[in-house]
Design a binder for this molecule. Sequence first.
Ligand code: CUA
Length: 323
Amino acid sequence: MGLVALQGCSGDSYPQSAMHPSSDFATRLDDLFDQIFWWAVGVFVVVEAVLIYVIVRFRERPGGPRPQEIHGHVLMEIGWTLAPALILVAIAIPTIQTIFVVDRPPTDENALVVEAIGRQWWWEFRYPELGIVTANEAHIPVGRTIDLRLRSADVLHSFWVPKLGGKRDLVPGRENQLWFTADSAGVYWGQCAEYCGTAHAWMGMRVIADEPADFEAWVASEGADAVALTQPAERAGQAVFMSNACVSCHRIQGTAAVGVFGPDLTHFGSRLTLGAGVLENTEANLIRWIDSTQHVKPGNLMPEVQLSDQQVAQLAAYLRALR
Ligand code: CUA
């Protein structure tokens, strides 16, 4: 990882940098990038050195001789044709090797299948073996290969979590595959990397790599209904939710809300962000989101429902209690 030294920064300050890999897949891409980078540095140094030498050595001097014109130099011409060709071969070999490795299906039989479905403009994550459906934030266990199945519900999207893997498209009508094994726990930022409409730039995600025990705990809680409501405001918020248009788009496991058009909100309160990575999941931000969602994320498909300030606050209390 030679570039870390050049950049003089730690991985944490760049949560979405491909140059701070945290998986086997991303490390391969980064190694390849480093190799090509150092070839480029070598070429730059040689070309600039020759250029500076020629400028100094053959500069015009007062009273000096006129430079002699040379027509063709076989050895030099062979040299500057052959050298770049050989460098390209040296780059092509590891590039092609890497393409084959990252393109094959995962070899680990114990891989965890996670379906990532791109939607305008959020991410749905399904864990078919675990019976879990969630949105915008996927938890994965450290050290276990993730076998990602990429699909789209509408238009082209591209899955990109730079520290874990390269970009791969989500294409309507077909399933693409991507795999990686996270090597350390952390929150990895991702972004849709294929223009998919108005809110494309706001189509973010988080992949949270947990130590295996933490992942098991997440699976246990995420698979169950949300914890029981304790506060009157939360119950009032639930009533607001169930008597408005919210129910027709969102699902909250264990309630009458079974919509599938918008993100599953069963454990919304335990998420780090809202609106597909647009805002931190705080009470104030959630109120802002419900109240003026089209202002926060223009073009998103959630309508602004007419509610009183009190109803919005109750709704926020309810959603944040969904843990
Ligand atoms: Cu989805 Cu861009």
